[in-house]
Design a protein around this ligand. Structure first.
Ligand SMILES: NC(=O)c1ccc[n+]([C@@H]2O[C@H](COP(=O)([O-])OP(=O)(O)OC[C@H]3O[C@@H](n4cnc5c(N)ncnc54)[C@H](O)[C@@H]3O)[C@@H](O)[C@H]2O)c1
Length: 243
């Protein structure tokens, strides 16, 4: 059955999103990929039918158009991975209203808009798997990440409400919270993964986290094995247990 299913991954040009898309393609899903950046490299690694759509996930009309184009090309969307996000950090006293809004748009509105335009089709087909991406920082309250952590907590809240609301339609909604992972975004936002060593020292599994480490969680939530699991947030960070 999974080989006929269609998965949409947002922010699939680089980093974690590209890895999720590759993993889903290996499992036989057909792939719709959204990004503002060029998706050529990710498309080239797909083993199943895959198409790229350019859309800014913070702009409602662009998301609406991209979802309509995907439905026209593939007929349905079975799995939605709301992966777009970013985490430039700054002290709270420098978190001016424009920056705050920008972070909420990038990290919370993007997930809301993905759900808003994809959910009606899932309700109609009485099937769906929504996988939102939060962050392990929400459980730690990392300094200088107030807007990001607030937005990602919002993603967890959205996950829980949609799980309740959409369960009767055969739609599960879950969330994944990765730890600091080596991606182009993480390198950019943390000045080349500065601080990673301290992060690794707190892990039960004391090594660097790579995008591939998180793929299994996405594949699980997307699979029939997870059909009675909804509203949950799974932390994938090598066990951030040491203080
Ligand atoms: N890397 C980490 O350490 C880490 C940890 C926890 C959570 N996360 C979350 O995982 C997700 C992916 O992170 P990453 O590190 O792979 O990021 P990344 O910056 O490496 O990749 C993000 C991708 O999203 C695209 N993108 C950005 N804004 C977009 C927009 N408005 N519309 C469409 N596409 C857009 C970018 O072009 C890029 O391809 C984010 O939600 C991030 O917050 C990352």
């Amino acid at each position: 059955m999974e080989e006929r299913r269609v998965a949409l991954v947002t922010g699939a040009a680089h980093g974690l999103g590209a890895a999720y898309a590759e993993g889903l393609s290996r499992r036989g899903f057909r792939l719709a990929l959204i990004d503002v950046a060029d998706l050529g490299a990710t498309l080239g690694r797909m083993q199943t039918e895959a198409r790229a759509y350019r859309a800014d996930m913070t702009a409602a009309h662009e998301v609406e158009q991209a979802v309509a184009a995907i439905k026209k090309d593939f007929g349905r969307i079975d799995v939605l991975v709301n992966n777009v996000g970013g985490f430039p950090s700054r002290p709270f006293t420098e978190t001016h209203p424009e920056f705050w809004q920008q972070m909420i748009r990038l990290n919370l509105d993007s997930a809301y808009l993905g759900c808003y335009y994809v959910v009606p089709g899932m309700i109609e087909q009485r099937y769906g798997r929504i996988i939102n991406i939060a962050s392990g920082t929400v459980f730690k309250g990392n300094a200088e990440m107030s807007a990001y952590v607030a937005a990602k907590m919002g993603v967890i809240g959205l996950t829980r409400v949609l799980a309740t609301e959409l369960g009767p339609y055969g739609i599960t909604v879950n969330c994944i919270a990765p730890g600091l992972t080596d991606t182009p975004g993480a390198r950019q936002y943390t000045d080349g993964l500065k601080g990673e060593e301290a992060n690794i020292a707190r892990r039960a599994i004391p090594r660097r986290e790579t995008p591939e480490d998180v793929v299994g969680a996405v594949l699980f939530f997307a699979s029939d094995d997870a059909s009675f699991i909804t509203g949950q947030t799974l932390v994938v960070d090598g066990g951030n247990v040491r203080h």
